[in-house]
Design a protein around this ligand. Structure first.
Ligand code: MD3
Ligand code: FE
Length: 228
């Protein structure tokens, strides 16, 4: 047999011993502690990521992504929408949770695929009432901030990353505290509870186009909260 034919036969044998899902899957990792933020690498396998992405497309159809303005008058680079009883919004009048989106209706329900992650990982027996969906296109970032707009800060925050890698930075309770960074990959889930719940954090940059979950590139982050 010609060498090319041998190589081709080997490739067929190789590909038949794996499913497409296996080819994309990474092993779930042990939890990583980053300044008290607990990151579960690859908590969601490729099939779960694809299913959640389809649910998030439905959310975005009901409540389209928007680029909000901060109270200071800066346009955020991240595009946002939400699900649940209330959604986080901002405009010139301030940061707040609102029961209606800009197009006038109530927010869509939090998808079951997203709720399942909270129930499995949050460690609390109350469901979240708010699900923020952030979309990072090319060049988008989120500067260092605290999440303080919720009524009771003792409830955890759960964060799910999908799509391109994002460089997550987390520090302490004061902006100038030292920080640590880690790339959040598609399928990673982070739990912010205890002291880390009020830690400064942000996304410095994304590696746009590196992932293959979103056909047009970009990163999605879903955060679940008890807001009211
Ligand atoms: C650490 N989102 O929406 S997720 C946010 O990837 C937000 O879109 C980032 O910060 C993102 O407010 C970071 C990880 C995260 C979420 C909430 C936290 C880290 C956190 C709350 C407290 C401390
Ligand atoms: Fe935040």
């Amino acid at each position: 047999m010609a060498l090319q034919a041998v190589v081709a036969a080997d490739l067929v044998q190789f590909s038949e011993s794996f499913s497409m899902v296996d080819l994309f899957d990474t092993e779930p990792g042990a939890p990583v502690d980053l300044m008290g933020a607990v990151i579960w690498p690859c908590w969601l396998d490729r099939a779960a990521q694809t299913a959640m992405l389809a649910d998030l497309r439905d959310v975005a159809r009901a409540a389209p992504f928007r680029q909000y303005e901060t109270p200071g008058g800066h346009k955020m680079s991240v595009r946002m929408t939400a699900a649940g009883e209330v959604g986080w919004v901002t405009d010139r009048s301030g940061y707040r949770y609102a029961s209606q989106h800009q197009s006038g209706g109530s927010w869509p329900e939090i998808p079951a695929s997203v709720l399942d992650v909270w129930r499995a990982i949050s460690g609390v027996d109350r469901d979240p009432d708010s699900c923020l969906v952030n979309y990072y296109g090319e060049g988008a970032k989120m500067s260092l901030h605290q999440d303080k707009d919720e009524a009771d800060h003792h409830w955890p925050v759960v964060s799910i990353s999908l799509g391109d890698p994002g460089l997550f930075r987390v520090g302490g309770m004061v902006r100038k505290d030292p920080t640590k960074s880690r790339w959040l990959m598609s399928g990673d889930v982070a739990v912010l509870s205890g002291d880390a719940r009020l830690a400064y954090h942000g996304i410095d940059r994304i590696r746009f186009g590196e992932g293959d979950l979103l056909p047009d590139g970009g990163r999605i982050n879903v955060t679940l909260r008890v807001a009211q």
